[in-house]
Design a protein around this ligand. Sequence first.
Ligand code: PEP
Length: 253
Amino acid sequence: MKKLVVFNWKMNPSSFQKAKKLFDFSLKQSRKLSAHLSVVIAPPFVYLEHFFYLLNSKFKKEKGISLAAQNVSFKNEGSFTGEISAKMLKDIGVSYVIVGHSERRYLFGENDSLIAEKIKRAWENKITPILCVGEKKRSSFSSAWSFVRKQIEKDLVFLKKREKNLVIAYEPVWSIGGNKPVDSLRASLMIEKIKSFLKERFHLLLPVLYGGSVDCQKIDDFLKYSQIDGFLVGSASLSLREIKCLLTKVDNF
Ligand code: PEP
């Protein structure tokens, strides 16, 4: 399976000038990669359209990078102040949307039924959801799996057997945003569990990524496991040095 690296910039950087520098650099790096690696960048909403035009000029269509939104509304249109719909995202060339990220679940109170609706809206508009799942606290493997399985069951209630537009990111919540990634063997076993569950239940073979404190130094441990189809990277995706190093390592593995 092709590897996928998703860079989630979250609410960074604070100016368009800085965002463009980061994007231009990531694009330059992506041009050097083999066809086995795809890069997805999830900038804040306000930068998306501009980046789409950078990727699709009159003279050239860039293939190495796709755009993701970090959020989407559960509605398609109407009186929903502050919301942005999947239809609007599709219209400006967005291919993916991150849904169910722990920051949205726990800081903004998003529950599984809302997440399921958002995923449905994404599918209706031909956008691929990147569904984040993961246990909240450090716990035994079996209780972590039971938590993750329930999340998947509830978030994917609208999943149909032939739906191929879906990426799952396993992100143990306690491992995000710091220096504490989960043990790589445990992550690979969890990813295997998620894959076999989706295969048994829906006859689907879907890409499952790992996310949580991945940087250029720690990625080596995870690259050893072929079950891991790629990475969702937060903090490290804001550093030019880390971007270059991460992409080179994943591509050369
Ligand atoms: C994330 O927020 O999805 C994430 C993986 O962040 P970080 O890489 O900073 O842990």
